[in-house]
Design a protein around this ligand. Structure first.
Ligand code: GBH
Length: 484
């Protein structure tokens, strides 16, 4: 029974790091203040009609650019030992390259100092999707390898300034997301002539090279730091035990995680299936680049929200691979959260807000996910879940207690997820930390403010914050299970 599943030996070691996370464009606001330069997200929200729900923007967001002292005081008060945020490249370099904006460096320095003063460890991400517009328009952003030098220079300035105060660094957040949002809407940005289906791989190669060089530089400047790359994706479960479904599942891992994780953890190159496709257009990585990439992440950092069933396309994998205009090409794997009616029709777990159709609570699968990552990529420094969270369906918030703070679905998500991590650790998986998404409700990209991921509610008129039930549950999980 459930009772016997609870292992009395489950515990988090004192070295386990945990906290809450955010990203600059989603929380900061102050979009035109203190020398910030424009980013692609300013264009997407202001110029591309309908790109975000009701054309909502990050102009003001949670105003954290000005309210950070209060936000840090609040998370310290509830007992959170770490805060993971991103720096806006376009604040440090308003044009992405060229002159440095000292005012922005002073701002982030105070944010970092405030964290330290409150006993909250600052964990910094260098890039969370807010590309300086100038770089997009000059050479097509991540589609060009020119970006590698610019990114490394940005990292150098930030490392030099904050390297003595920050020891955990994420270089890039979820490239499989920002590389696959290409092609950006035509007409708003410089056209590059690279076919849409090839773009994610050009972007990916720039990302990997930028990451690896930044990692090497960072370790040189800060030998004791932990520097990593943030991957994302769910646990992929073959829908049936057919050969076709397991092949499709392997392709989904290869194109979802392996594309990033094999170069960084398994010898410096792409998975065979990915290379097989990209070798027709992308230049191969050189031996020197593969050497630089191999071992370029101190931990396996994964934003692991959910899981999904994976199956072969209806036409079969071979026919999909032969047809470059098939909607699933080149991955040629289908994902779903429900078994088909013929197999019982049940859901993998409760659905999150309909605005996040990709997210179901699939916490039962978390231990197997963590085993899979450890067995496949064998990260020497362990695994960190650098984002996990749940977009609470708004209808549920209104019906459970009629209170926006009674986020029952999210509370159970964090409760079960933390126990799943403890279970995996007790079975030998080396999990070193977790960061919950998110510190506050914020701009949920294309969903604007309509989807809420926060463990704190934000009144967007007054900017007042309130803790939700889930935040208390997240803190409680650690307090109960932390080794005394
Ligand atoms: C995270 O990505 C982001 O890092 C964070 O900024 C964001 O606020 C948070 O999720 C919550 O969404 O719309 O069907 O095409 C999580 C992984 C992968 C989730 C891509 C959205 C798009 C699926 N993301 N996915 S779909």
């Amino acid at each position: 029974s459930e009772l016997y599943k609870t292992n009395v030996n489950w515990s988090f070691p004192r070295t386990f790091w945990w906290g809450v996370a955010s990203a600059a464009y989603q929380v900061e606001g102050a979009a035109k203040d203190e020398g910030r330069g424009p980013t692609i997200w300013d264009v997407l929200t202001h110029r591309v009609t309908g790109f975000t729900v009701a054309n909502q923007t990050g102009d003001i967001a949670d105003n954290q650019y000005y309210l950070y002292k209060q936000d840090i005081a609040r998370i310290a008060a509830i007992g959170t030992p770490a805060y993971s945020f991103s720096i806006a490249w376009s604040r440090i370099f308003p044009y992405g390259r060229g002159p440095v904006n000292e005012q922005a460096l002073a701002h982030y320095e105070d944010l970092i100092d405030t964290c330290i003063e409150y006993g909250v460890e600052p964990i910094v991400t260098l890039y969370h999707w807010d590309l300086p517009l100038y770089l997009q328009n000059t050479y097509g952003g991540w589609l060009s390898e020119e970006i590698v030098d610019d990114f490394v220079e940005y990292a150098r300035v930030v490392f030099r300034r904050f390297g003595s105060k920050v020891s955990k660094w994420a270089t890039l957040n979820e490239p499989s997301v920002f590389c696959n949002t290409y092609p950006l809407p035509a007409g708003y940005f410089k056209a590059t002539g690279i076919p849409a289906k090839q773009q994610p791989f050009y972007c990916g190669q720039s990302v990997l090279l930028a990451h690896a060089r930044t990692y090497r530089l960072g370790k040189q400047l800060m030998p004791n730091s932990t520097i990593f790359f943030k991957n994302n994706g769910g646990y992929k479960i073959p829908l049936t035990n057919s050969t076709a479904d397991s092949l499709a599942t392997q392709r989904a891992w290869d194109f979802g995680e392996g594309l990033w994780a094999n170069p960084t953890f398994l010898g410096g190159d792409y998975p065979a299936s990915v290379k097989n496709y990209t070798s027709t257009f992308l230049r191969p990585l050189t031996a020197a680049e593969r050497g630089m990439l191999d071992g370029s992440s101190d931990i396996f950092a994964h934003d692991a929200y959910t899981s999904q069933f994976t199956s072969a396309p209806d036409v079969g994998i071979a026919a999909c691979l032969a047809n470059t205009s098939h909607p699933l090409f080149p991955t040629c794997a289908n994902t779903t959260y429900q078994y088909p009616a013929s197999l019982g029709g049940w859901d993998i777990g409760p659905a999150a807000d309909p605005g996040s159709p990709w997210l179901h609570k699939a916490t039962d699968w978390v231990p197997r996910f963590l085993h899979y990552v450890q067995d496949t990529w064998k990260p020497v420094g362990g695994i960190a879940v650098t984002e996990f969270g749940f977009g609470e369906p708004f209808e549920q918030l209104k019906t459970v207690l009629g209170d926006i703070r009674s986020d029952y679905g999210r509370t159970m998500y964090y409760h079960d997820y933390m126990e799943a991590i403890l279970q995996a650790m007790s079975e030998g998986v080396d999990v070193v930390g977790t960061l919950a998404w998110s510190i506050v409700d914020n701009l949920e990209w294309a969903q604007g403010y309509t989807v809420k991921f926060g463990m704190q509610y934000v009144n967007l008129t007054t900017q007042e914050r309130s803790f939700k039930a889930s935040y208390f549950e997240y803190v409680r999980a650690f307090q109960v299970y932390q080794r005394k």
